[in-house]
Design a protein around this ligand. Structure first.
Ligand code: FMN
Length: 274
């Protein structure tokens, strides 16, 4: 029987009396990203099973609007790691996946049947991103279940003008995230999450207690895993200092525009985003 309170304390920093974690979902509560991989390969027979698990995720209207590019060629993976520049461990992964929203397939299906594709809009952008994210999440859960480690990489979007041609992404196809996959060198500690009182709303949205709850969360996180001044977000904009908590670090990140060219990129790929 899973030790519910140990799992919940690791995830939230506080116990959740009354919550019972069934054995079947205990591994989901215990998950964490992996950013170092051994040299051991991931056989295609296993990778293909994990990809089948990904394709088993639900798909909006059964439209199946995602694609994934499997990269195993070390120099090509390293090329992406080099462009990113700050995540050299990506190049140590035997497999790098690029998960893509895919409107193109639907456009081609319409053309095959002599009909217009009348949905190159914001809703399709969202649907393709959601299909893709659900598939990637299911892949990660499957990988965890067999002892593999993964780390999503949004930074492929920071170099989209290079990554896109490297992968030959045509119009209608855009990267949602990369995913490095390999056998973990070690397991990182569980990353503490906001308490359910902040995230889970009952019947109606209510964030009236957020500031108090977040202040307590900042303290719990700092006690377990303080943020080193050198690894704060946007240290070039805000002076680094000790004692910055999670919420201030989030504000440091969100106060500076990130990938503000992404919308323009999507428009060049055929999304009108209307
Ligand atoms: C969409 C998405 C993109 C991410 N991009 C990156 C990334 O570019 N680099 C990285 O090191 N981690 C990335 N991560 C991993 C998060 O930093 C990580 O999930 C978070 O710090 C919480 O840690 P945990 O997954 O171990 O709970 C990403 C996660 C998600 C869901």
């Amino acid at each position: 029987m899973a030790d519910s309170q140990a799992l919940l304390k690791a995830r939230y920093g506080i116990e959740q009396p009354g919550t019972k974690v069934p054995d079947a979902i205990a591994p989901l509560l215990d998950r964490r990203v992996t950013r170092r991989y051994t040299e051991q390969d991931v056989p295609d027979s296993l990778l293909d099973a994990l990809l089948a698990a990904a394709q088993s995720a639900p798909a909006k209207s059964d439209l199946q609007q995602f694609s994934v590019v499997v990269m195993r060629d070390k120099p090509r993976i390293k090329q992406i790691a080099d462009w990113i520049g700050t995540m050299d461990w990506i190049a140590t992964a035997p497999v790098f996946l690029v998960w893509c929203g895919d409107m193109r397939r639907g456009q081609r299906l319409c053309a095959m049947h002599d009909m217009p594709h009348a949905n190159n809009n914001m809703d399709t952008f969202l649907n393709t991103a959601v299909d893709c994210s659900l598939a990637m999440a299911q892949f990660m859960a499957a990988a965890d279940a067999v002892g593999l480690g993964t780390c999503p990489i949004s930074y492929v979007r920071s170099h989209i003008e290079r990554v896109s041609p490297l992968l030959g992404l045509p119009n209608g196809v855009y990267p949602v995230a990369g995913l490095s996959v390999g056998w973990p060198v070690f397991r990182r500690p569980v990353s503490m999450r906001l308490p359910p009182t902040v995230v889970v709303h009952r019947e109606r949205y209510d964030d009236s207690a957020m500031e108090t709850e977040v202040a307590a969360y900042d303290q719990r996180r700092a006690a377990r895993d303080p943020i080193a001044a050198g690894s704060l977000k946007n240290n070039d904009v805000y002076p680094p200092r000790d004692g910055v908590g999670w919420s201030e670090n989030v504000a440091r990140q969100l106060s500076v525009p990130e990938r503000f060219g992404f919308g323009a990129y999507l428009k060049t790929k055929g999304f009108d985003l209307a």
